[in-house]
Design a protein around this ligand. Sequence first.
Ligand code: AKB
Length: 316
Amino acid sequence: MKKILITGALGQIGTDLTRYMRDIYGEDNVLPSSRKRKEGHPLMDEGEFVTLDVLNYEVMEKIIIEHEITHIVHLAAILSGTGEKNPQVAWDINMNGLYNVLEIARIHGLSVLVPSSIAVFGESTPKERTPQDTVMRPSTIYGVSKVSGELLADYYHSKFGVDTRGVRFPGLISSDALPGGGTTDYAVHIFYEAIKNKRYASFIDKGTFMDMMYMPDALKAIVQLMEADESKLKHRNAFNISAMSFDPEMLGEEIKKHIPEFELDYDVDEELQGIANSWPNSLDDSEAKAQWGWEPEYDLASMTKDMLEKLKNKIG
Ligand code: AKB
C-alpha cells in the first residue's frame, strides 16, 4: 500500500497530480502539501492538505511519521525564469529542499520521485534528438540545480539504496493550474489569450523550438515510472521524455484552425529567449520507452483541440 506525500502541490503539476493519484490510490493515500494554504484553491476543499515548507526538515519528518508516508513526489521548486531573478533563493529551495527529502527518505526507507527538466542541458548539448546521456552544462541556476539534483538523487540510490526516480520534463501545457515562472509558459498563456482576446504577443521568438507535453501525459509518466519494475531501470535520475516539439508559429497555426481570427505577434523577453536558445530543440526519449514503456498520447493537434475545449468551458 502506497501513502504518497506531494510537495509543492499547489503548482501547475501538483494540482492535477493530486486528483489523478487520488483516483488511482484513493483519497486518503495521497497527501498534497505546500508552503502556505491558498484559500480559494480547489485542493483546499478536496480532502486532506498539510502546510509544509520543504526547507523545514523537522516539520517534514513529523508529517512523514504521522501520516505513515511511503513515497514522496517532490515537486516544490523554483523554475527557470523566476530562478534568474533570485538565484540564491532558487538554489536554496531546489537543493536544500531536495536534500531534506532525500535524507528523510534514507532514514525512513521511503521512495522518491523528483522531476528534473530539459533545463539540465545547455549550449554545448547536441540540440536535435538530444540523447539521454550527453553533455550537461546548463547556463541557468534552475538548470544547475536540476543537474545537481539528478546527481544527488542518483548518489542516494547508489550509496544508500534509496529508490529514487525522475523524468526530465519539457514544457507542460495544462488547463487547470497556471504555470509559474518558466520559459515555456508562453505555450499555456497563448491559449488563454486566444480565447479571451483572439491575439497573443509571445515572449519567445518565432523559430524557437522546445519540447512540450500535455498534462495528461505528464501525469501518466509520473505514475508509470513510479510503478515501473526496478530491475528494468538502467537509468534513474532522470529520463528524457517528450511528446512534441514546436515553435510559437506552429502553435499559433494550430490554434488558428479552431479560432481563425487569432493573431500571433511577438514581444520577445531577452532573458527568457536566451534561456530558450540554450535548451534542446527536441529530445530523444527512446530510453524511457525501452526501460519503462513510456509512450505519449497527445501530439500538437490533439493537445490544441483538447486545451481549447477545456479552456472554453473554464473561462467561456
Ligand atoms: C521552465 O520553463 O522553467 C519549466 C521547465 C521546462 O522545466 N517549464
